[in-house]
Design a protein. Structure first.
Length: 261
């Protein structure tokens, strides 16, 4: 049994052509994205704050035939956790091709600008904004070793200042004083990051998977996790002529889905 387990573990960390890290991937959109990328033959590190939960998910996936997904512990608010994850990826793969910054929290509800405590806003920013920066900066040197490095920052339509200022927007009434601004800040960071890497082979984009039915929103969204994951992948697995520094949304009803900032 121990030998079999060892061989199984060994098979899960084989070096492959394309390696992906998805933070917050043990459920919902992140999990579905991991599954769809795995089906395409990519090796996926399924990021989870709790390693046991992540490993339990991966075991279920393995039983379903997904054999190129490995759980990795990563808490985007904890620099030591991020460094440990980075060291694992570096040891096992030597590089990282795709980073999908998916981990995010909604924060306590409701979130009015008048009454939401600053401590609650800071907590949301720690994960949704500063956490993305923590992970991105830590993994940047491994991404630079890739021939086609991609960074996808998973955002929200609630981060669009243009849409939020439009009374005719279908989600105009949905205001969240912590969550929305955290995604606006993430969008702004994405623009600067894409600019800093514009003379390289990086593609850096903000991707809104759309209002999706998940645990995140008590399954109130009209979209499916399958559609959300497919949209993320569409705008992540781009070629050398693909866009960078863009904001794509699955809620924008046209073929490309470019959202106003």
């Amino acid at each position: 049994m121990n030998s079999q387990n060892h061989e199984h573990e060994k098979s899960n960390v084989q070096k492959v052509s394309t390696t992906v890290l998805i933070t917050g991937a043990n459920r919902s959109i992140g999990l579905e994205t991991a599954k769809q990328l795995s089906q395409r033959g990519l090796f996926v590190y399924l990021g989870s704050r709790n390693l046991a939960k992540g490993e339990a998910v991966v075991k279920e996936l393995a039983d379903q035939g997904f054999n190129n997904i490995k759980a990795i512990e990563i808490d985007v608010t904890n620099p030591e956790s991020i460094l440990a994850a980075k060291n694992i990826v570096e040891y096992e793969q030597g590089k990282l091709d795709i980073l999908i910054n998916n981990a995010g929290i909604l924060g306590p509800q409701p979130q009015t600008a008048i009454e939401t405590p600053v401590v609650d806003i800071k907590e949301v920013f720690e994960t949704n904004f500063f956490g993305v920066i923590n992970v991105t900066q830590a993994f940047l040197d491994l991404l630079k070793k890739s021939d086609k490095p991609r960074i996808s920052n998973i955002t929200s339509g609630l981060g669009s200042l243009t849409l939020h200022s439009d009374p005719n927007w279908k989600y105009y009434q949905v205001k969240a004083a912590a969550y929305g601004p955290s995604k606006s800040a993430l969008n702004a960071y994405t623009i600067v990051l894409a600019y800093d890497l514009k003379d390289s082979n990086f593609k850096v984009n903000a991707i809104d998977p759309g209002y999706t039915a998940t645990d995140f929103n008590a399954h109130s969204g009209p979209g499916s996790v399958e559609s959300a994951a497919s949209f993320i992948i569409k705008h992540t697995l781009t070629d050398e002529n693909g866009p960078t520094g863009q904001f794509f949304s699955n809620d924008i009803e046209d073929e490309i889905g470019i959202s106003p900032w």
